[in-house]
Design a protein around this ligand. Structure first.
Ligand code: MN
Length: 187
């Protein structure tokens, strides 16, 4: 069902009368695509028995988030836990590695959508890992967005991150709002 003006309670009403999905116009082409694909079940069913629940712009956005795979490269256990908790709350799937080498290995074997990269890590730091990722023949997506995470809020650090091939920079401790914004910006 396509409607021009959405009202509160519409989704429930549409579901009651038997609609599988409901979108308010105008909508982005990608929403229509995702909507149709979800209805006919060609997208992996993150939502399980999704068709028992009417599909809306909101549910499509949530599904999209759940399909996003984020790789977290961070060696500090407490920072790991904090980041994982925030990412879970935001609705993203997360995998964690604790050094640059392991991050590269993960990117060679599995498709991720974004990397959160600590700078100081044992074995291989974030700068070196990023340089290798950008030029690697084995990494599945060498152009993957990489966001640096560092406690060093020093002048010049941001430039160093960008110079080594990172897309953006986030200082620790991580604030949920900032993390959410920076992820959305790069996905
Ligand atoms: Mn570290």
């Amino acid at each position: 069902m396509l409607v021009s003006v959405g009202k509160r309670g519409d989704a429930q009403l549409m579901q009651e009368i038997g609609c599988a999905a409901y979108l308010t116009k105008p909508f982005k082409q990608s929403y229509l695509y995702d909507c149709l694909a979800t209805v006919v079940g060609t997208i992996s069913d993150v939502r399980g028995k999704s068709l028992e629940q009417i599909i809306t712009r909101h549910s499509l956005a949530e599904d999209n988030k759940q399909r996003m795979q984020i790789l977290l490269a961070e060696d500090n256990l407490i920072n790991q836990k904090v980041a994982i908790r925030i990412l879970e709350k935001l609705g993203y799937q997360t995998e964690t590695t604790d050094n640059g080498k392991a991050a590269i290995k993960a990117l060679e074997t599995k498709k991720f959508d974004l990397v959160l990269m600590d700078i100081q890590m044992p074995e291989m730091d974030g700068f070196e890992a990023t340089k290798i990722i950008r030029t690697s023949q084995k990494v599945l997506n060498p152009g993957i967005p990489i966001i640096a995470m560092t406690a060093h809020a020093m002048p010049g650090y941001r430039e160093r991150c960008l110079d080594s091939g990172m897309d953006d920079y986030l200082s620790k401790p991580i604030e949920p709002q900032k993390l959410s914004e920076i992820i959305k910006k790069h996905l």
